[in-house]
Design a protein around this ligand. Structure first.
Ligand SMILES: [Fe+2]
Ligand SMILES: [Fe+2]
Length: 291
């Protein structure tokens, strides 16, 4: 049985998907402003205060998050200036992006068997687990890993509708040939959620790093060398999120992990089992504050 699309059909479908990606609501302007600041070595607290205070909802969320158990500060934080000083710029950047990406990620995506909230949970679990890996290795720019984790599967937002028609053929191929879900996806459609995610990241004008993470989180060896560290950590974090069975969907149990990358980062079964409960607690506290 060959359910794969022929070249012509695949090309037409890709064009349709690109048009859909282009018509997706863009991330709020504020996210792009914050992402620009992540890339800017001269960014300072005043710039952030100015950006965030333009959005009263976001200001309220930042204050609520600052006072949440996730960050565990002992005294109440009442002003944005205080929140910026106490949380630090890096944490604040992650928080603003999480609050803004929440709406898009917190939908139902039937093509991937994801109920409402599942993609958000999986994305947040990947973000938190990436942050925990950076702590093991003492990496500095944890917010980049957090945001990369949060946005790695955005391709599913666009591709889900199409996948409703093809997920059975993809699942059959996965089982028959024992291949990774992303490979089967590409074999049936001619492209997969990674290709679509990279295009969406470009339309959203996200920095190149996040384009590369979307594109290669299942094939980290193919990432640009300068993004390799991020892509590899997100690859591991993604698999840990699936091990934790957070937002598993129809595909989550069928991705192949790159064992040599797990070895390179010294993440064995024992470390994974230590990370999972921490991820669960963190996302519970994060969500309590955000929703
Ligand atoms: Fe993925
Ligand atoms: Fe994922």
């Amino acid at each position: 049985m060959n359910e794969s699309l022929n070249e012509e059909k695949s090309r037409l479908l890709w064009k349709k998907i690109l048009a859909e990606a282009e018509n997706m609501p863009t991330l709020p302007d504020i996210v792009n402003k914050v992402l620009e600041q992540i890339e800017n070595p001269n960014s300072n607290p005043d710039i952030f205060k100015e950006i965030i205070s333009q959005d009263p909802m976001l200001t309220a969320k930042v204050l609520k998050m600052s006072n949440s158990a996730y960050y565990g500060f002992s005294r109440e934080i009442v002003t944005l200036s205080e929140a910026i000083i106490i949380l630090g710029l890096d944490t604040l950047k992650s928080l603003v992006i999480a609050a803004s990406a929440f709406k898009s990620l917190n939908q139902q995506y039937d093509g991937y068997g994801l109920s409402k909230g599942d993609l958000w949970k999986h994305s947040l679990a990947t973000a938190v687990s990436a942050t925990l890996i950076t702590k093991i290795h003492n990496y500095q720019d944890t917010e980049k890993f957090f945001v990369a984790g949060l946005l790695h599967d955005i391709g599913k937002i666009v591709l889900s509708k199409t996948l409703e028609k093809y997920n059975k053929s993809i699942a059959t191929l996965v089982k028959m040939r024992e291949i990774s879900f992303d490979i089967a996806e590409r074999e049936v459609l001619g492209f997969n959620h990674c290709d679509v995610g990279a295009e969406l990241a470009r339309y959203w004008k996200l920095p190149e790093l996040f384009v590369d993470v979307s594109k290669h989180h299942h094939t980290p060896d193919e990432a640009f060398p300068e993004n390799g560290l991020y892509v590899k950590v997100i690859h591991i974090a993604d698999m840990i999120a699936y091990d934790a069975k957070l937002g598993l969907g129809v595909d989550g149990s069928f991705y192949k992990r790159d064992r040599k990358i797990f070895q390179e980062f010294k993440i064995d079964r024992k470390t994974t089992q230590e990370i999972i409960p921490k991820v669960r607690t963190s996302i519970r506290e994060f969500e309590k504050a955000l929703i």
